[in-house]
Design a protein around this ligand. Sequence first.
Ligand SMILES: [Zn+2]
Length: 235
Amino acid sequence: MLGIAWAFVAIFVFGFTAVQSAVAAIFTWVAGMLPDLDSETGRPVRELSGVTAAVAPMLVFQHFASIGVSSDRAILAALLLYGAVRYGAPTILGKMTVHRGMFHSIPALIIAAELTFLAYYSPDLRVRVLMAFSTGIGFLSHLVLDEMYSVQWNGTRIRLKKSAGSALKFMGRESLANGMTLGLLMFLTWASLDSAGLLDPLVKQPVPEVLEITPDLPDAPAYRMADEPKGTQWQ
Ligand SMILES: [Zn+2]
C-alpha cells in the first residue's frame, strides 16, 4: 500500500511517468521486505532472495544495453548473476548476519538506497533519485513497523519487548559489523556522489591546453646567437 501511495505521489506531485512510478512502487514493496534477508533461512527468505535474484540481472541488463555488450555475453552474465544471488547470497548471509543485526539499521537503509541509485540505469538523474528514494522509503517502513510491533499495550500499561530499539538504530553491538557497514556506507556515498556528478568541480583540475608541437615553425623570427655578428641567419 505504501508503494502504491508513493507511486501516486511520484506521478502527481513530482511529475514522473506512470511506468517510472510503477517501477518505484515495486521497489518500495520489495525494499519493505529487504531487511529480513538476515533472518534464519525460511520461506520468506527464499522468496525474497528469489525476487532480488530476478531484479538484479534486469538492472544489469540496462547497463549492458547502454555499453553495447553482445547479447550472448549479457545472457551469460545475467544467468550467472541470478544463480549467485539466488543460491549464493542466502548461504553467505546466513553465515554472516544475525537477525536484527546491522541489516535492521539506518546505515543499511542508506546503503540499500545508494545501491539502487548506482544500479539503476537512466540518463535522467531524477529517475535514479526516485528509485533510490523508493527503496529507502520501503526499507524505512519495515524498520518502523518492526519498532511499532515491539511496543505492547496489554490494556493497562505499555510494555517494551526485548526487541525494542533493535530495528531503527545507527549502530549495533558488534564492532566488526559496525565497521564493515560504515565502510561500505562511506564508499557507496562517495560512489553515488561521484556518479551524480557532484564531485566533478572538486576533483577535476582544469586540463592544460595541448600545444601542437611541430618540427618547423614557418612564422618564427630568425634566430641569432648573442655573440655572433649581426647578419648571421639561422633557419
Ligand atoms: Zn524485520
